[in-house]
Design a protein around this ligand. Sequence first.
Ligand code: ZN
Ligand code: ZN
Length: 146
Amino acid sequence: MFKQKKQQELREICKSRGVSLTPQRQAVMRALAARRDHPTADQLYEDLCRQMPGMSRTTVYRVLETFEKLGLVRKVDSRASKAHYDADTTLHPHLVCLNCGKVVDYQDREFGHLEPPVFTDDGFQIVDYAVTLVGFCRQCRQDPNN
Ligand SMILES: [Zn+2]
Ligand SMILES: [Zn+2]
């Protein structure tokens, strides 16, 4: 369901923004929407290079940047050097493990769901925000050398 919905969204946005709907873009979206673990561009490349032997790492990076600009994906603020991507662009909090770098959705979607003003008193315009909770996952707490 989610995968079909994202392909549909990709088609519509490409059409309305005058961006071409290439097989590479469709493949990257399919690979990202299939995973709910907020993969990095490298992880997606691993998935894709098996299915599409012509796909390069640079292409995956570039497609993801384009998707982010088009609002099709979100980059998760993970504190890690490598960006993690989320096909679910709805506002939801993330849990980030400081040891293994794992990024998971915090299922309690009420948490951190603030209604910020459009403008602050100082005239700063708010267009987006992200809630990231950092800590240690169960596995890392049990075995910190993991
Ligand atoms: Zn961990
Ligand atoms: Zn998420």
